[in-house]
Design a protein around this ligand. Sequence first.
Ligand code: ARG
Length: 459
Amino acid sequence: MAQLWGGRFSKETDQLVYDFNASITYDKRFLKQDVRGSIAHVTMLASVDIISNDEKDLIIKTLNEIVEDVESGKLEITTTYEDVHSFVEANLIDRIGDTGKKLHTGRSRNDQVALDMRLYIRDEITELRDDLKELMKVVNNLMKENVDTVMPGFTHMQKAQPVTFAHHMGAYFEMFKRDRDRLSDIFDRMNYCPLGSGALAGTTYPLDRELTARLLSFKGPTMNSMDSVSDRDYLIELLSALSTVMMHLSRFSEEIITWNSNEYQFIELDDSYSTGSSIMPQKKNPDIAELVRGKTGRVYGALMTMLTVMKGIPLAYNKDIQEDKEMTFDAIDTVKGCIVLFTGMISTMKINKVRMKDSAAGGFTNATDAADYLVNHGVAFRDAHGIIGRLVLRCIELGVSLDKLPLEEYKSISPVFEEDIYKAISIEECVARRNTIGAPGPESMKDIIAKNDEYLAAN
Ligand code: ARG
């Protein structure tokens, strides 16, 4: 047991207590952030003459060597240390003795861990945004390739009106764009430096908190030392944003699974992204999409955990807050993994354009357009709705689609119909005419795709 705080104790910590209390097995992830924070801290201490420049240089050099030794495998982070902060400080003191003992001047593990977590989350947000961007590029490419790929749009899982596959993909582009923006918002709001807050009440040393914040690329220092050591709002925001990413990926997965099913066959997942069955030789299963859908629950769990951990904590730091780490790390790792796998899966899937179009043609998705035809010929919409309803019923009796129903049948229900009804309800026409902003028509889609390209180039 290597602890930083034995002085006022007359007995050794019970081993079970030590293990229960320790966080080294998971906060060892913070090694780089912890050292980066310490380097900024001693640089600031030297600038206000609390330590000498030589001491600062020696500490920085040795801290960097510790990281190198861990990375090369020479030095192992073991459970003899309570947490990563103790590991770094103990090793520093081992190597340079009394000078190492000055590192922790004007600092507490409370503001130190608050800093490490923020540095770590900033890096992770950057990676998450990059991963989402790769996914959005693939989605936008699918849009480019499928401006003319007509498919049924659904409401209530019933065929509703024809759209295109580009349009359907465009909906996900918008969702992921909001997800990325949410991550930037969180980054901006949490981008303040807690170091220098001490245990809870600041310090009596003349610390230059502005300098520390600048050295670590924060917008500035945090403004209340009690809040600084106990605020984890940004983790709740992050886990909420990540839950929303997963919710989107889960909806998308659900559609992939449906489209890949034997009944739909709108798409076919690549062999490299599918799995087989140990008993049924014919099976090719969409396990990746199912796992993404399943892992959504795990990320929601992390959000609920964090909300619950924080809800009873009086100011300022309490050890409960140590529980902020494992679930948050797990959620971030899970989301990153899911985004990358999902990107690979949809960039390799085959789009079955014929099946999609046949499905759109067979499901009365042009019924609204047939009603619009009547409206354009002077019939009131409500009457037109009734007339087309009767025609659909007739089609069902005869087992045909609207475009195959003979003109006499049309005329027997309303004399307004003429030969040009067939053009008006051709599936391609129905899509091509929908060109309001955000609609599936090709003109409108091309504008959106150009905007997506601009967004991907600029952000
Ligand atoms: N391992 C602790 C955590 O993750 C570091 C802070 C410890 N502070 C303390 N007062 N015991 O929160």
